[in-house]
Design a protein around this ligand. Structure first.
Ligand SMILES: [Zn+2]
Ligand SMILES: [Zn+2]
Length: 242
């Protein structure tokens, strides 16, 4: 493991670095304002500060001695960052539940039609290709159905985390770029799970996040494939018989 950009945390050990304002560290419900690095907008742990710091920044017209002193940005580990984010993020629960239920309803209706029309449960294998953005179902070594896909993200059963496709540096742009629409929605509604690249999650979260992407992309269905340590989730925007 490279030591670069790492910190030795007393609680979590050697982890990636992250930065937050001094108030957030022990804070609760203080607000969590993200500041993306324009050169790396997909970063997992953008610098964050509380609402008081945000007000201070407005008051002092951005970063200067006064606002820097007020925020007193601290270096922490990425796992501490996730805990602090959870403790301080303020969002509308109702808004979140509304979005999830509307998205799941959309996907479950589409999914039934898709599965019936293309009989996707009848084929013995699947393969996806990042370079072409295709998912191919095949049987007896013959391709049967070809689908266009966007990855929503992946669930790690080891770390019990969800990672949005846009945040995954191992994925090709073609299959992950579609997931950024969810991040934009998350910015509009200020929802932690939509805006944050990585967070603690279970399989239900995986399907729910995939449903959100499905609705936003007018997908016709969704699919999940097992990986070495969890699952990869994707939406299907078009499909045809081969
Ligand atoms: Zn602050
Ligand atoms: Zn830590």
């Amino acid at each position: 493991m490279s030591q670069e950009n790492k910190i030795k945390c007393d609680r979590h050990g050697l982890r990636d670095q992250a930065f937050v304002c001094q108030h957030l560290i022990q804070g609760k419900q203080l607000g969590f304002n993200l500041n993306y690095n324009p050169e790396n907008p997909d970063e997992l742990y953008p610098v964050a500060w509380c609402n008081d710091c945000e007000d201070k920044l407005d008051e002092t017209d951005g970063w200067n001695k006064e606002s820097e002193k007020f925020a007193d940005i601290k270096l922490i580990c990425c796992e501490c960052y996730q805990n602090i984010r959870q403790a301080n993020w303020v969002e509308s629960e109702e808004r979140y539940h509304h979005l999830i239920s509307e998205s799941c309803q959309y996907l479950s209706e589409k999914q039934d039609d898709f599965a019936n029309e293309f009989k996707i449960n009848d084929y013995e294998r699947w393969d996806w290709y990042q370079e072409t953005g295709k998912l191919i179902f095949s049987h007896n070594n013959k391709p049967k159905v070809e689908a266009n896909i966007h990855f929503s993200g992946s669930l790690s059963s080891q770390s019990k985390t969800w990672m949005w496709a846009w945040a995954n540096t191992h994925l090709a742009e073609l299959v992950k770029s579609g997931s950024r629409i969810v991040k934009e929605k998350g910015e509009e509604l200020n929802l932690l799970k939509l805006r944050s690249g990585l967070w603690l999650a279970d399989e239900v979260d995986g399907w729910e996040m995939t449903a959100v992407l499905a609705k936003l992309t007018d997908a016709i269905g969704a699919y999940r494939t097992p990986s070495e340590n969890g699952f990869t989730y994707m939406v299907i925007t078009e499909a045809k018989f081969c």
